[in-house]
Design a protein around this ligand. Structure first.
Ligand SMILES: *Cc1c(COP(=O)(O)O)cnc(C)c1O
Length: 378
């Protein structure tokens, strides 16, 4: 891609429109079309995309947002940053995404203010108002939006899709980012569609929300930049990043299919050790969906087993990573919510056992075979 990327960068250096240059709008149009929504709003990071989405719904102090504790800190951080309260809902052990049965339980417990029904966060002096849900499409696999959207509708809640990892994945034949009121993705270099720094995007079919997001992105601007209608942020997508993404997007669909082929090969090479003692659990994708395989994450039997395999791989120079070693309700940053160990057993169990193997579109079959061999001996 070097020549195309370099040429696109040079174009920006020549026209010099570093802030909101033409590449930003061009990329937004391309990606909106890909996702199948009417509006795409580029922004400075995936975190800003989530923050802007919550701000577009006027989320603030006294509001409660349902999300999962098995995610990157940013998902719940932005809720707290606005003074609202995350209400955690445990994940499904197979998909690692929000469990919609538990979501209903949490909503019921919340309305009844009854912790015996489901673990709840500390409430402040006055009761919280439930406002929305942020499902996370973990490791590139979209959450179950038909179920989540139905629950949201029945309870008058909005849905913000944390698609930071799932851009390029599919839910029931439609590309990820278009399943909720607002879909948010990230172009952090390690994500499936990565840029050369920070970047992100919001997607929506809602005209009003799109207008609000555009305003929030530039300090809450009204008709011009010195007319300020609301409190916003400096959340613009850098023109250089948009230019790089435009080039990389040309081969993105090919890369998505290469990622899927790599995942299939892992599953094939690793399947013998799923029957061994101790076994390894491989990821599975519901048949109607498609993962973009931001990560290929497997489960060891316990923490020691995981360490043993990770060490065996490390000895051969094969890197692995743990997403995520500590669920958010166990993080010091969220201690004030008052959650206890054991509140979200699936998330806690996965944190102890999960680890991710190398994953990118250019993984070679022979390297994956070698990884599987090392894991089989480890
Ligand atoms: C990466 C990520 C984010 C944040 O994106 P940034 O671009 O790094 O700000 C949010 N949520 C999830 C699930 C992520 O993986």
């Amino acid at each position: 891609m070097k020549s195309t990327i370099d040429a696109n960068i040079q174009t920006v250096l020549s026209h010099g429109k570093y802030i909101m240059g033409p590449e930003v709008g061009e990329l937004e149009a391309k990606l909106a079309d890909f996702v199948g929504v009417t509006h795409a709003i580029g922004c400075a990071s995936g975190t800003d995309a989530l923050l802007m989405a919550l701000m577009a719904f006027n989320v603030g102090s006294g509001d409660a947002i349902f999300t999962t504790p098995f995610t990157f800190i940013a998902t719940a951080e932005v809720i707290r940053l606005l003074g609202a309260t995350p209400v955690f809902v445990d994940i499904d052990p197979v998909t690692f995404n929000m469990d919609s049965v538990k979501l209903e339980k949490a909503i019921r417990a919340f309305h009844a203010d009854d912790r015996s029904l489901y673990p709840l966060p500390n409430q402040g002096a006055s009761p919280l108002t439930p406002r929305g849900i942020i499902p996370v499409d973990l490791f590139g696999l979209p959450s179950d939006y038909d179920q989540i959207n139905a629950i949201a509708k029945a309870n008058d809640l909005f849905v913000i899709q944390d698609a930071a990892q799932s851009f390029g994945g599919q839910y029931k034949g439609r590309n990820a980012c278009g399943q909720a009121d607002i879909g948010c993705t990230s172009f952090f270099p390690a994500k499936p569609l990565g840029c050369y720094g920070d970047g992100g995007m919001c997607f929506t079919d809602n005209e009003e929300l799109a207008k609000t997001l555009l305003s929030i992105r530039v300090h809450g601007k009204g008709t011009h930049k010195y007319d300020n209608m609301r409190i916003g942020i400096n959340g613009r997508l850098d023109t250089l990043q948009a230019a790089i993404l435009k080039a990389k997007f040309d081969i993105f669909q090919e890369e998505v299919s290469q990622r899927n082929q790599a995942a299939q090969r892992y599953t094939e090479f690793l399947s013998p050790i799923t029957h061994r003692t101790p076994p390894i659990n491989l990821p599975t994708v519901p048949s109607e969906n498609k993962s973009v395989w931001a990560q290929y994450s497997v489960l060891a039997t316990d923490e020691n087993h995981r360490t043993q395999i990770q060490n065996a791989l490390k000895e051969k120079g094969i890197p692995t990573a743990i997403y995520y070693p500590k669920p958010l309700h166990r993080q010091t940053a969220f201690a004030s919510l008052g959650y206890q160990p054991g509140d979200f057993p699936i998330s806690e169990d996965c944190s102890d056992r999960i680890f991710s193997l190398p994953m990118h579109p250019y993984l070679r079959s022979e390297d994956q075979e070698m990884i599987a061999r090392v894991m089989g001996n480890g």
